[in-house]
Design a protein around this ligand. Structure first.
Ligand SMILES: [Zn+2]
Length: 141
């Protein structure tokens, strides 16, 4: 088996090793979307295969692992939209791939709360009418 080529069984190995939340729930580490339809889930190579082939450092690194570029550490479930958008890009995508794999739903929740927080305390007070309106609703003077 060539360690720097797409493997035949990496999808199977990924699902075997990662049963998902509650045994069925996966999510995309790039956008945080929940995925439960296994047929639609795509298994993404975090470091794209083509990228590894052209990068000496990555080539060395994946040559050492048992399954090469198809090693579980380089795989993540992903939605098809993000997988297509990602292509063979690196940088922030690789970061999201490795860390978002575990934390993306939480990160997304925090970001949503942050936006609400900013809007409530910094944007609304800039609009006096809006602030007055809310004050009357809440019964404050
Ligand atoms: Zn996605």
């Amino acid at each position: 088996m060539n360690k720097l080529e797409r493997g035949a069984d990496y999808r199977y190995r990924y699902f075997k090793a990662n049963k998902g939340l509650f045994g069925f729930l996966y999510f995309c580490p790039y956008c945080g979307k929940f995925l439960w339809n296994k047929k639609k889930i795509e298994i993404d190579h975090i470091h794209a295969i083509k990228k590894v082939q052209y990068n000496r450092r990555l080539r060395k690194r994946y040559y050492r692992s048992d399954h090469g570029v198809n090693d579980l550490s380089n795989l993540t479930a992903s939605c098809s939209r993000c997988n297509r958008q990602k292509g063979r890009k690196g940088g922030i995508w690789v970061f999201y791939g490795h860390f978002g794999k575990y934390f993306m739903p939480i990160i997304r929740k925090i970001m949503q709360l942050g936006v609400i927080f900013l809007f409530w305390f910094f944007v609304l007070p800039l609009i006096p009418e809006a602030w007055e309106f809310i004050s009357t609703i809440l019964g404050r003077q």
